[in-house]
Design a protein around this ligand. Structure first.
Ligand code: TA6
Length: 304
């Protein structure tokens, strides 16, 4: 049941901390401000749009060309890619990265934790539209905890009577200021699949990940925390995770940026995706009644 703006604020608003307001494209956005940070989350797509720690620059990047139209994904922030990551394994006509980021989610709860963090729970359940392209019963819950860190838990539940297998991503876009001076530690020695141009060749990472062209890599069998060094923003960003054994690193560079209508031609220089994923061979298999949680924990550290 879709709540109106008034019903959302009647049920979940917290004076001076949480409020629901209309956003771009008329999309309902939950605005959170507490002693640690400000954040905004659109019900459209269950999409974290921004997370700005006090006295810092927004950690997340959002394209100035993003669409906010019904049924279209938002470009930037933290898209929820589910129940498949990338192209649909059998049917290319289905939208890339699944349907969850294109649907309207509903608010389930909102509270201030003893730590002073603010926690928002959103839910997406199977419906006529989702069953049209993926005929399974599910609940997808997004738990967004805003504090000194930004923690995002994606809880996938099989509520039907048929087992299913899915892949997923918290496809986080970081604002790093200048891709040419940005590096990523934490993936040294890991095998990755290079998917640029459909190559899908395997390589081993040597040292930090650096950027001098399009990078689109699925790092395999890694539970490690990544550290993004972003000197242009005078900070490093810790990207920790749980429930995920693959990490995707992506920058479109010039040509691919120019091919994307919801991405400014020169915007590739200011963003980097380090994605918390269940991709490639990291499949999530859920029997009826089973669940799995994939978690991203992001924290900015001044310095660099
Ligand atoms: O996560 C990397 C990736 O799969 C890239 O190949 C690129 O397609 C990116 O996701 C964005 O996908 P989107 O469907 O949001 O344009």
């Amino acid at each position: 049941m879709t709540m109106s703006l008034n019903e959302l604020n009647d049920h979940f608003a917290i004076p001076n901390i949480v409020r629901f307001e209309p956003g771009a494209g008329g999309r309902t956005v939950c605005h959170i401000t507490n002693r640690y940070a400000d954040a905004s989350i659109a019900l459209h797509g269950g999409h974290v749009l921004s997370y700005t720690p006090k006295d810092q620059h927004d950690l997340l990047w959002l394209s100035s060309e993003s669409s906010f139209e019904q049924g279209e994904p938002i470009r930037g922030g933290i898209p929820v890619c589910w129940p498949w990551f990338g192209a649909h394994p059998e049917d290319e006509s289905l939208p890339a990265h699944g349907f969850a980021r294109r649907c309207r989610w509903e608010a389930l709860g909102c509270e201030t934790l003893p730590t002073g963090d603010t926690q928002l729970n959103l839910i997406l359940r199977d419906n006529e539209c989702t069953r049209h392209c993926w005929d399974y019963g599910f609940e997808l819950e997004l738990i967004v905890t805003v504090g000194k860190q930004l923690r995002v838990d994606l809880v996938m539940r099989n509520t039907g009577d048929t087992a299913f297998t899915c892949t997923a991503a918290l496809h986080t876009y970081f604002d790093i200021g200048d891709i040419t001076t940005t590096t990523v530690d934490g993936l040294d020695g890991h095998t990755y699949i290079d998917t640029v141009g459909g190559a899908n060749t395997r390589h081993q990472q040597q040292g930090p990940v650096t950027f001098g062209g399009e990078v689109d890599r699925v790092y395999l069998d890694t539970t490690d925390t990544c550290i993004i060094h972003a000197p242009a923003r005078h900070r490093r960003i810790e990207v920790a995770k749980q429930g995920s054994r693959t990490t995707v690193v992506w920058n479109p560079w010039i040509a691919k940026a120019q091919r994307m209508p919801d991405f400014g031609d020169d915007e590739y220089t200011e963003m980097l995706c380090v994605e918390t994923t269940n991709a490639a061979d990291d499949l999530v298999e859920l029997a009826p009644g089973a669940s799995h949680t994939t978690t991203a924990i992001l924290e900015a550290q001044p310095g660099d």
